[in-house]
Write a protein that binds this ligand. Sequence first.
Ligand code: ATP
Length: 467
Amino acid sequence: MAKEKIVKSNTVSNEHGASMDRIVSLCKSRGLVYPSSEIYGGLSATWDYGPLGVELKNNIQEAWWKEMVRRHDNIVGLDAAIMMHPRTWEASGHVENFSDPLVDCKKCKTRFREDHLQEKWTEKNITDGSCPECGGELTEARQFNLMFTTHMGSVVDSGSLIYLRPETAQGIFVNFKNVVDTSRVKIPFGIAQVGKAFRNEITTKNFIFRTCEFEQMEMQYFVKPGTDEEAFEEWKAKRMAWYVERLGIKPDRLRFHEHDHKELAHYAKVAFDIEYEYPFGWQELEGIHSRTDYDLKRHGEFSGKEINYLDPVDNTRFIPYVIETSAGLTRSVLVALMDAYHEEKIGIDKNGKDDIRTVLHLHPDIAPVKVAVLPLVKKDGLAELAQKLEKKLREDLATFYDQGGAIGRRYRRMDEVGTPFCVTIDYDTKEDHTVTLRFRDSMEQIRIPMEGLADRIRKEIRSYKRI
Ligand code: ATP
């Protein structure tokens, strides 16, 4: 596991004003993300995605799938089960190695990750190595495995013990032979999958950044040994470009971080993280790992099955090397929100104070709602006209209809959830069949014919450039 770096207060914000507190509160008030089982006081570090949050998450997942599977004719998809044969995790090394060093306070019983203690001591000016919470004596560090366990079947004994998968990758490795035998893939080729993963993390602050239940978007790319370094460089570049070009993330808030010997996982030959500059410091967003033939070899050994590849070109048999791209879907939701969040002064309000609008400059491809349809007033048939238009647009764009309140306030509500376009129906619409199209980023408004509106919006989405 990579080490946690500088973690600052939750109120620290980036130059756009995005602090964790503001993001959490916007997410709650606008139906993006709620604390899980909140009516019972919530469950630590678990979150639920609300009506707009699930749209945002699905859109990011779809953008990833489109990029990896649809745009590459040598990458296929998979959806493996969360619960797998327990030998999987012995073969992968997770039973033995997937642990964090933890220490307990003998007095207040609080548990800490040993590698996070120094930072807490520095934060609180503690020099005697005692508990950062109560000053009590700490135990020696012990290794705690991060995998959640449960039991399958009616008898609870060691024979029924299974794990909730801590990564989606192993579902891909154990299906390597199935995919090779049943589809027409030829090396180099990839298998991609999106799904839930579970880790019993004890450091779970910072909202949805690190949670015990999360989603990953992983792709394992199988190559001939000797071509792995080239493939690694190719995927490093492609994955970085995806965040900038497809998710619209600001390039100066992204960087690579190479793992040194201490950070390298037991299976890795070389590993780079794509890091994002969160308000609490630079931290991982995606890992790109060169895993050699470690996993396929181990599964071959542990299962007793022959797992290798027959090259039809030169008739040689080998165990492929693997380049893995491992992204967090839920962590990407956080990055998309943080990066898009902007507080902008747009004038002076009627009380003489700065008029600040909060806006999410989300890439339109991932925005939960693409277009809001707003009648200027409800009466005189404008509401009916707007509803008719919204129903038509709904066929191929995610829409939202809102007729309540002053038009300016309705625009602001849409800005806050990142809706890139608003269409307003007014009295002129009845006469000349034109509407006002308002752009979220520039707040520019243009008058255009209602006819061909969906095409115009789709064109705007395709040519979108973040300002
Ligand atoms: P970290 O250093 O953040 O703990 P890791 O090095 O253990 O991450 P990987 O095992 O490489 O992470 O997982 C790949 C990706 O899965 C990460 O880049 C991150 O986006 C996501 N991820 C991992 N653990 C969590 C978690 N507990 N909560 C949310 N996302 C996670």
